[in-house]
Write a protein that binds this ligand. Structure first.
Ligand SMILES: NC(=O)c1ccc[n+]([C@@H]2O[C@H](COP(=O)([O-])OP(=O)(O)OC[C@H]3O[C@@H](n4cnc5c(N)ncnc54)[C@H](O)[C@@H]3O)[C@@H](O)[C@H]2O)c1
Length: 266
């Protein structure tokens, strides 16, 4: 994979999976723009890239706000002239509650970041890529929650199903202009988000939740942010040139063989 002379934009790049992707793009030669609402984390990620001899810029933005999204696109183009790769990744998990108890404001908050934020990113980055007339590659972060239900997470599950719908639709719209649009579907990944979910599910004993999760994963462990980032880099690279409208699952086998591990161990 070679991203020399390419410009990569990563939302949610201050932490977790987005941070790993930003560092990965930079290590393969890209100039990187990190977008996030977390300024400290974003500046830290950009600082690491610069320390390693790379080129990076942090842009503070709320992905739910159209003006912020237009501004991060504009600032990227002002700094580096173009956008070649886009990891449309910022997301939140929301609260755990069953559908009958789920607070409407929380539903709206999750949909705002995970669906509206992804939609706005697609809208304005695709607009820029079309104007450049030289193609591009986009990866949206969905989740295995975009492929199956998950009791207690109605908003998150609905939002991630929507991300796959946006991915498929946009991919067909811009394929002839050389813009590829794919999605990545991580399972449980070792970041702040999974730790928050564990605490919500069992505040007294989050490690028990982690043990149960791990027991449901054929590979027997959480994935790492780097493992998701590697998939995003692959999908953004020229070696994935014939792949568009697809989703790649990075979940240690959890969705492909539900129950397999427990039945094997019986
Ligand atoms: N960790 C997992 O187990 C897992 C599994 C499947 C999918 N995902 C998805 O991966 C993506 C990244 O999550 P993560 O695990 O790295 O979590 P994370 O919380 O470490 O990172 C998410 C980042 O998004 C940023 N963000 C949130 N709302 C924002 C907003 N309105 N505007 C700008 N930035 C905002 C946060 O500040 C944070 O830096 C999310 O879309 C998440 O749904 C994570």
């Amino acid at each position: 994979m070679n991203f020399q002379n390419k410009v990569a934009l990563v939302t949610g790049g201050s932490n977790g999976i987005g941070r790993a992707t930003a560092l990965g793009f930079a290590s393969h030669g890209a100039k990187v723009v990190i977008v996030d609402r977390d300024t400290a984390g974003g500046e830290a990620t950009a600082g690491v890239i610069r320390q390693r001899g790379g080129d990076a810029l942090f842009v503070q933005a709320d992905v739910t706000d159209a003006q912020s999204v237009q501004a991060y696109v504009r600032k990227t183009v002002e700094a580096y002239g173009r956008i070649d790769c886009f990891h449309n990744n910022a997301g939140i998990e929301g609260k755990i509650a069953q559908t009958a108890d789920y607070e409407e404001a929380m539903f709206d908050a999750v949909m705002a970041v995970n669906v509206r934020g992804v939609f706005l990113g697609l809208k304005y980055v695709i607009g820029q890529m079309l104007a450049q007339k030289s193609g591009g590659a986009i990866v949206n972060t969905a989740s295995t929650a975009g492929l199956m239900g998950s009791p207690g997470m109605p908003a998150y599950v609905a939002s991630k199903h929507a991300v796959l719908g946006l991915t498929k639709t946009a991919s067909g719209e811009v394929a002839r202009q050389g813009i590829r649009v794919n999605a990545v579907c991580p399972g449980p990944i070792e970041t702040r988000m999974i730790q928050d979910l564990q605490k919500q599910l069992n505040p007294e004993n989050p490690d028990k939740v982690a043990a149960n999760y791990r027991a449901s994963i054929p590979l027997g462990r959480y994935g790492t942010a780097d493992e998701v980032a590697n998939t995003v880099l692959f999908l953004c690279s020229d070696i994935a040139g014939n792949i568009t409208g697809a989703h790649f699952v990075v979940d240690g086998g959890r969705t492909s063989t539900p129950g397999a591990v427990t039945s094997m161990n019986r």
